[in-house]
Design a protein around this ligand. Structure first.
Ligand code: PLP
Length: 483
């Protein structure tokens, strides 16, 4: 991450910032240092995390944070937005070029916000707008109370299908604990019980039977590619709008690993994403579309769903998109996938069972019942051994969403550190030897605990030191030396 000159610049920038922060609240400066130490001492295999560049991090910490800018560039509800306009336009232009979309909206504060903007844009375009036209009104404020009530009922009466949670879908795709599930009547599609892969015929049958307004594709824990061209065919056949949430794999789309039928932008009417996962930007969301008619409604995300945009984060998004346009980012995206395959092969050859038998993206889902463990035990034992992962449901999970039967492993972060296939084999060995040594504790009623476990100090310490060796050879922010 930089040459010699940058090396001293990066250290100077962060050391000076910490000194300034210390003067106001030294504890916060201490916690910022602590977080770096933590991140430098653990192998990060959380599939949704990454390491943003110093440039991205620095672009977030400045006075852009102080500016209100509700509206869109050139059309704000506040004065004084000259530079917010410039930075937002730049971020949009970079996003459009990077993803090959004709429209981009970079204001969402997170992935959940991007999805809400998308849902409400679809509802505004497909339900509200025709209703207003049929009542010869331009604005909802012009409707009578009784017509407004009819429209509200109709907005709340729409249907959606999305991928089931235990197959790898996300809560924001219409599940009841999330607002999306309170807004839409949702049915979910799962995976084939044998192959654990998506079965497009059964998705098509569900769509035919349920006739949703929206079909959501995208996942947070499915280790395979999704054929978005097929999903679009299904959506078209029932008059649904296809929305793809590429939060997890946006980096692979930007890096052109997913193209043709697997490119969400070319196939869906609307695409949402986070910017902080495989895309390696700041925490935030985006919405992309090639449909001019939808763009008009997406642009109203603030104030429809969002508060004032975070101009500092939009600045950081522009920096991240500029970085992702470089040829090195394509190489990075390819390496993320090669590393995931190497990690999968390493785990499989040591006796681990992989959900779907492998991976063709950035993540690997391991069924830890093989090791006699729950996901919760595996997650904790690995953390003690210097490896940070998250427990995850597997398809048809008998252990439920809290204890789970799986762990999800992702390679975006370790690939950012420059690790390659050899290191992935070592990581697979650290993971498997830890899990092989871990045993559930027995509860007072004589049953296997789902949370408590035993792991020998020897294996834990050896593996922690092996993880440390990998991190010493592939350090996080090598140019950054905190005083
Ligand atoms: N969509 C998907 C597929 C995700 O995996 C996530 C985050 O885990 C989100 C949306 C929500 O993103 P955020 O945490 O930025 O709101």
């Amino acid at each position: 991450m930089g040459d010699n000159e940058n090396m001293s610049n990066v250290s100077t920038a962060f050391n000076n910032a910490l000194e300034v922060i210390s003067k106001s609240e030294p504890e916060v400066a201490g916690h910022i240092r602590g977080e770096l130490e933590n991140q430098r001492s653990q192998l990060k295999l959380i599939a949704s995390e990454n390491y943003a560049s110093p440039a991205v991090l620095l672009a977030m910490g400045n006075w852009f944070s102080d500016k209100y800018a509700e509206g869109t560039p050139g059309h704000r509800f506040y004065a004084g937005c000259e530079y917010v306009d410039k930075v937002e336009t730049l971020a949009c232009d970079h996003a459009k070029e990077l993803f090959g979309s004709s429209y981009a909206y970079v204001q969402p504060h997170s992935g959940i916000d991007a999805n809400l903007v998308a849902f409400w844009s679809i509802l505004a375009h497909r339900i509200e707008s025709p209703f207003l036209a049929s009542h010869e009104k331009k604005h909802v404020n012009d409707l009578t109370n009784s017509d407004w009530e009819t429209l509200r009922q109709s907005l709340g009466n729409q249907k959606m299908i999305g991928m089931s949670l235990d197959a790898g879908g996300h809560l924001t795709h219409g599940f009841r604990p999330n607002i999306s599930g309170k807004l839409f009547d949702q049915r979910s599609y799962g995976v084939d019980p044998e192959t654990e892969m998506l079965d497009y015929t059964s998705i098509s049958n569900l769509a035919e039977e349920f006739r949703p307004l929206v079909i959501v594709a995208g996942y947070s824990a499915y280790p395979r590619k999704v054929n978005f061209a097929k999903m679009r065919e299904i959506a078209d056949s029932v008059g649904a709008t296809l929305m793809v949430d590429m939060a997890h794999f946006a980096g692979l789309v930007a890096g052109k690993v997913f193209s043709g039928d697997f490119d969400p932008i070319a196939n869906a009417q609307i695409v949402t994403s986070t910017t902080h996962k495989s895309l390696r930007g700041p925490r935030g969301g985006i919405v992309l579309s090639n449909e001019t008619e939808l763009a008009e409604y997406i642009d109203k995300g603030c104030p429809m769903v969002l508060g004032g945009p975070l101009a500092n984060v939009m600045a950081a998004k522009a920096v991240a998109f500029a970085e992702a346009r470089q040829p090195e980012f394509r190489e990075y995206a390819n390496n993320v996938v090669t590393n995931a395959s190497a990690l999968a092969a390493g785990i499989e050859k040591r006796g681990g069972r992989l959900v779907t038998g492998g991976t063709d993206n950035h993540l690997v889902l391991v069924d830890v019942r093989q090791f006699g463990l729950t996901g919760r035990q595996a997650e904790s034992a690995l953390e003690e051994s210097g490896v940070v992962v998250n427990r995850n449901s597997i398809p048809f999970d008998p252990n439920g969403a809290w204890y789970t039967s799986g762990i999800r492993l992702g390679t975006p972060a370790l690939t950012s550190l420059g690790m390659a296939e050899n290191e992935m084999d070592e990581v697979a060995d650290i993971i498997c030897s830890t899990l092989q040594d871990t045993e559930p504790r027995t509860t007072s009623s004589g049953e296997n605990s789902k949370a408590q476990f035993k792991l020998s100090d020897k294996v834990r310490d050896t593996n922690r030191s092996r993880a440390g060796d990998l991190l010493t050879k592939n350090p996080l922010y090598p140019d950054l030396h905190l005083l």
